[in-house]
Design a protein around this ligand. Structure first.
Ligand SMILES: Cc1cc2nc3c(=O)[nH]c(=O)nc-3n(C[C@H](O)[C@H](O)[C@H](O)COP(=O)(O)OP(=O)(O)OC[C@H]3O[C@@H](n4cnc5c(N)ncnc54)[C@H](O)[C@@H]3O)c2cc1C
Length: 307
């Protein structure tokens, strides 16, 4: 089977998610990687090093999902499978492509059982569904955090292709949120805060602990809705899916919609004054007490140990 993986990249860097998607689908067949955009030489070079990649294709695009999809659509007929990370770009592109190709996509795949059998979460991650896709061609989005990355060391050829781009939409501007903390979706440590923090000022406590640990900052929807944290920090069913080595959840009850976003976390520490909170029960380690006492103590300890 032939597979086309649409790469994710930003600021000239190949997203770590693409290496994981390549690893996931390389068990299905030979993988070509498509890099869309301008000045993508560095990205293409990194993609060419990934194990399992047969060829890297570079094509121009206009930066809109519509334009990207017109290119992928032109190439898709040469492949049995088109795959992409289940991030916001994948969620934007794949349904459009599915409509154009009249193929039902299979989304949010966390396990691949065979050439057309896939496992995906349903009911906000409370159950796993095994799907058999009987269509001759497949469109897939892959939850990158569920798979290890492909190894480096390959030297696949890079080819520039000329595919006409069709788009009524035009990209006028891109606004970037600047931050000195790691990207939430890729961070190894995440410190998350809940509505119990009580204000945006108090959320600085979370930021101080995160900075000390080199961690990304997450928040519950209740904290975001209350205006204590920006929208792009939200973790959960309607926020970001994270898979850090360590998640420190502070003043977070552990509602199902929040848990849906942290299932990939390898270790969880909960700080909460309620020993019965669902997240306390789920955590590997729980500190029971007032967060306004425990977190400053923790920061003070770390100040001594990690100057
Ligand atoms: C359709 C839908 C989608 C949703 N999507 C999301 C989502 O993506 N992400 C998300 O997070 N939520 C989501 N929610 C909301 C979710 O249901 C919960 O309301 C939310 O996660 C609760 O946030 P919280 O834990 O901050 O608040 P609470 O549930 O109020 O929990 C606060 C916790 O802090 C503890 N606490 C209070 N004071 C202190 C203190 N001083 N010291 C220590 N602990 C203290 C309490 O014991 C409690 O456990 C969604 C809801 C719906 C209906």
């Amino acid at each position: 089977m032939s597979v086309l993986v649409v790469a994710d990249h930003d600021l000239g860097q190949l997203s770590p998610a693409t290496a994981r998607v390549v690893h996931a689908v390389s068990q299905l067949g030979t993988v070509d990687v498509l890099v869309l955009g301008h000045d993508t030489t560095g990205v293409a070079e990194k993609a060419s090093k990934l194990a399992g990649v047969q060829k890297v294709l570079c094509a121009q695009s206009l930066g809109t999902a519509e334009a990207d999809v017109s290119v992928v659509e032109a190439l898709a007929k040469g492949y049995h499978i088109v795959a992409q990370s289940a991030n916001s770009c994948g969620k934007d592109r794949l349904p459009r492509l599915a409509a154009r190709l009249d193929i039902m996509p299979v989304t949010d795949i966390v396990e691949i059982l065979g050439s057309n059998r896939f496992v995906r979460p349903i009911y906000a991650g409370n159950a796993l569904q095994t799907v058999t896709d009987p269509q001759p061609r497949h469109l897939l989005t892959i939850r990158a955090s569920a798979f290890p990355p492909a190894a480096n060391g390959n030297a696949a050829p890079v080819e520039t292709i000329d595919v006409p781009v069709v788009s009524a939409a035009q990209l006028i501007a891109t606004h970037r949120t600047e931050s000195d903390t790691p990207d939430l979706a890729a961070a190894q440590i995440v410190v998350g805060g809940g509505v119990a923090l009580g204000s945006a000022e108090n959320f600085q406590l979370i930021a101080r602990l995160a900075k000390k640990l080199g961690a990304a900052i997450g928040a519950t929807r209740a904290a975001v809705d209350a205006g204590y944290a920006p929208n792009d920090w939200q973790v959960g069913q309607t926020g970001k899916i994270i898979a850090p080595d360590l998640y420190i959840a502070i003043g977070i009850s552990g509602a199902l919609q929040h848990l849906a976003g942290i299932q990939g976390a390898k270790k969880i520490i909960a700080i909460n004054n309620d020993p019965e909170a669902p997240l306390v029960k789920l955590a590997d380690v729980a500190l029971i007490g007032d967060l306004f006492e425990l977190v400053p103590q923790l920061i003070a300890e770390l100040d001594q140990k990690l100057p």
